[in-house]
Design a protein around this ligand. Sequence first.
Ligand SMILES: Cc1cc2nc3c(=O)[nH]c(=O)nc-3n(C[C@H](O)[C@H](O)[C@H](O)COP(=O)(O)OP(=O)(O)OC[C@H]3O[C@@H](n4cnc5c(N)ncnc54)[C@H](O)[C@@H]3O)c2cc1C
Length: 357
Amino acid sequence: MTGRGDVAIVGAGPIGLAVAWRCVQRGRRVTVLDPAPGSGASSVAAGMLSPVSESYFGERELTALLVDSAARWPAFAAELGEAAGVDVGYRAEGTLVVALTADDLAAVDRLRGYQAGLGLPIEPLVGSALREREPLLAPGVRGGAHAPTDHQVDPRRLVPALRRAAVAAGVTIRAGAVTDLSTVDSETVVVAAGCGTAALTGLPIRPVKGQVLRLAAPGGEPGFRHVIRGHADGSSVYLVPRRGGEVVVGATEEERADAQVTAGAVRDLLRAATDLVPDLAEYALVETGVGHRPGTPDNAPVIGPLPGRPGVIVAAGHHRHGIVLTPVTADLVVDLIEGGAAPSPFTPDRFAEAVRG
Ligand SMILES: Cc1cc2nc3c(=O)[nH]c(=O)nc-3n(C[C@H](O)[C@H](O)[C@H](O)COP(=O)(O)OP(=O)(O)OC[C@H]3O[C@@H](n4cnc5c(N)ncnc54)[C@H](O)[C@@H]3O)c2cc1C
């Protein structure tokens, strides 16, 4: 039996669960539908909150959204931690961008110049200054940069915490896949199904495969504290240290939908990682994994009403940034449900042709 103001959310990843939590806080009756909550991209994601070091040429509007959402993270993590009674692993040590060779440094400097030109906080560092901050870095690293406001959270703590907070606040979570939106009986339907959104809406959201590794430090804690975004002889790799000893090493970006871990990807990631931090060779390789980022043609998320489908709102297509964009997406969707404006330039109508088929 549905009532006025009911909200059904398709997908219990970080986006769907955060929207559910915020909606129930506004007094809505909320149901979330998902056959396997938390099993999407977030189950392998690194959890970097990197609006600055992931600000790329030609993505100014996306960068502004990332900066906005990252600024919401400290309060969001504190509120969620309190509501769920768990620590979500928010860490604010910052990010070091590290270049191994002169060619790597030229590429890093070019992007840093663009990022600094936008007024973003990022400072160049020479190799010795990098090694002062993180002595485990290889002696040969040429230089790089420090992005002090690029932080991290642990998605494997975040998603269960969101689930707990949402349920404690009154959200119902039901196991079950939605195959047709017209079968969802609710005044408002929010589609937050990650890569599953395309089949439900016709929007051009495609899986972008990412292979990722998890290492365990022999001493119980990684020997470095910053997130490291490395460039090693033309290969990119990131290293995310967690309390308790885990180091996440990622990730490939492949236009594929399969879930195969390949020997070549593991080799390339480990080579780049150990070229930058030689001690990692002594860490245990404890997990290999694959996830699929919900990518869009312009790399930006799709947030807003689905054209031609009254009552249906989309919150998907977060590609590489779904963790950092969780707080702002939840707030935007809830504002929309409460009668606010859709967040241009991210609305689905930019892909209206695809939706009409
Ligand atoms: C290797 C890798 C590293 C990443 N690193 C980062 C990072 O460092 N920082 C960052 O911000 N982001 C990162 N991301 C991206 C981030 O994980 C995603 O953008 C984010 O998980 C998207 O959240 P979501 O809730 O939209 O989708 P998902 O997390 O994919 O969840 C979607 C949910 O929808 C459900 N679902 C799907 N279809 C249906 C259906 N038909 N009916 C009901 N339910 C359905 C699924 O079961 C799943 O639970 C990374 C991703 C990968 C793969």
